[in-house]
Design a protein around this ligand. Structure first.
Ligand code: AMP
Ligand code: ZN
Length: 469
């Protein structure tokens, strides 16, 4: 297979990504916490991971991609209580929405999407092993990892000894005064009143697993003690992934992860996304503003994944113009190829874009190469191109679009189903009656169902929006 190089957070260097001989790449990605809709920042991380999967496959490799669902933690428990729903009902609803949004954004479904609550016995086992080996201790019904028992602690995030001692345990509870050392983190949480019905029986009494533990237990259960590639957003380097290494390696004595893959954050108007600033966008918001999910996908891939990326509505306009141009080049090539087909392995003039992706997922370079190649091909076509050459260039273009995960944008338009036509007719009636609220509502309903209504001289027309369910 062709070489794919990727930055490794542990060694701070770009190195070849590798799987064991003849085997699929074992790739574990920390998935979403399912207590509300994922925001477009979360999706930056998942889209970049999806790109890696596509690049690895296009390079000739196989991959077993696992992305978990975090369905028990403080936020999910609080959310379920507020919604007056059992935890499982509450989290399944949000998991379903996450999967649907992911589908709209062209995410290839992972091989497995394990839920943390389905792996509680394995998590209890892991805690017991750590307690037996002296790496963990019980206090007040909770169990903590003894950081000073694991000399490698801090190696991923490069904490120095002082920082390790003082501890910055991230999502740890303020009331965990029972810890021996500030840096010690919780593996198993004793049941508290506000946890209500959410608990499991354990050797330490009623309780629930800590967040860090979930990923170690699921990854090792599914893949074994060592995985090839593990990743998430850059906020997970510390403490989440540092703690995963400590728990897993202290228990097995084997390296937990061969290659670490972290994606820098998405900012909105140069600020961290937050509900209070009103700049937290979901896919639904983006579609409501009239964009396609695939425009967002292109924006999320427009910056290099190791640099923070700034989202603004202008970036969406640029992405849409770019892909419309590609669409025009593509249809001209299709005409010129006159039905001739070239092999799906063909790159034609788009080889440069592919090579840029194989080198640490250099998407800005790859997109620039893609647009430049599209212009060159278009010039050549205008100057006169054989059917065979057009077929080759078309295959190359389709190949790179597939790797970017946006091929669906260029599929043929399908006719709108009767239900959508009816909605469009109702909207026309509302517009004629100058009932703008109703006509806007109907337009939004159509948009959410994946159809854009375009008004023109001859009346309205329905256009399928790619990337909507
Ligand atoms: P969460 O649902 O908070 O557990 O996050 C799911 C994934 O999204 C994790 O890999 C996070 O690191 C990642 N993430 C969270 N916020 C952002 C952001 N603004 N940009 C990119 N990735 C993010
Ligand atoms: Zn994780």
């Amino acid at each position: 297979m062709e070489e794919v190089r990727l930055f490794d957070t542990a060694t701070r260097s770009v190195k070849p990504l590798s799987a064991s001989d003849g085997e699929a790449l074992k790739f574990y990605a920390c998935g979403p916490t399912v207590y509300g809709p994922a925001h477009i920042g979360n999706f930056r991380t998942f889209v970049v991971q999806d790109l890696l999967v596509r690049v690895w496959e296009a390079a000739g490799g196989k991959v077993d991609h696992v992305r978990n669902l975090t369905d028990v933690d403080d936020k999910t428990i609080r959310g379920a209580r507020e919604a007056k729903l059992p935890l499982g009902d509450f989290t399944s609803k949000w998991a379903e929405i996450f999967i649907k949004d992911g589908k709209s954004l062209g995410l290839t479904p992972p091989m497995k999407q394990p839920k943390a609550t389905d792996f509680v016995p394995q998590q209890i086992d892991l805690v017991e092993r750590l307690v037996k080996a002296g790496h963990a201790y019980e206090a007040d019904g909770s169990v903590y990892f003894r950081v000073k028992s694991f000399p490698g602690y801090g190696k991923l995030s490069r904490l120095d000894e002082r920082e390790v001692k003082e501890g910055a345990s991230g999502r740890a509870d303020a009331d965990e005064y029972a810890r021996e050392q500030a840096a010690d983190f919780v593996l198993w949480k004793a049941h508290k009143e506000e946890d209500g019905e959410v608990f499991w029986e354990s050797p330490w009494g009623k309780g629930r697993p800590g967040w860090h533990l979930e990923c170690s237990a699921m990854a090792m259960q599914i893949f074994g003690e060592t995985i090839d590639l593990h990743g998430g957003g850059s906020d997970l380097i510390f403490p989440h992934h540092e703690n995963e290494i400590a728990q897993s390696e202290a228990a097995t004595g084997k390296p937990f992860v061969k290659h670490w893959f972290h994606v820098a954050h998405l900012l909105v108007e140069n600020r961290k996304m937050s509900k209070s600033l009103g700049n937290l966008h979901t896919l639904k918001d983006v579609i409501r503003h009239g964009w396609d999910a695939f425009d967002l996908r292109l924006v999320l891939l427009s910056g290099h994944y190791r640099q923070p990326l700034n989202f603004s509505w202008d970036t969406m306009t640029a992405a849409r113009h770019g892909r419309e141009r590609l669409g025009r080049v593509r249809s001209k090539l299709e005409e010129a190829a006159k039905g001739k087909k070239a092999g799906a392995e063909e790159w034609g003039s788009f080889r440069g874009a592919w090579d840029a992706l194989r080198e640490d997922l250099e998407t800005p370079k790859a997109l620039a190469a893609l647009y430049t190649a599209a212009s060159t091909v278009e010039h050549k076509r205008k100057a006169g191109m054989s059917d065979e050459d057009a077929a080759k260039e078309l295959a190359g273009l389709d190949h790179i679009l597939e790797v970017f995960g946006v091929s669906a944008l260029f599929e043929k338009q399908t006719e709108a189903p009767a239900e959508m036509k009816q909605l469009a007719k109702d909207r026309e009636i509302a517009r004629n009656a100058k009932d703008w609220t109703e006509s806007d509502r109907l337009r939004d309903e159509l948009a959410l169902k994946g159809w854009e209504v375009r008004d023109g001289a001859g009346g309205w027309r329905l256009v399928r929006k790619p990337g909507t369910p």
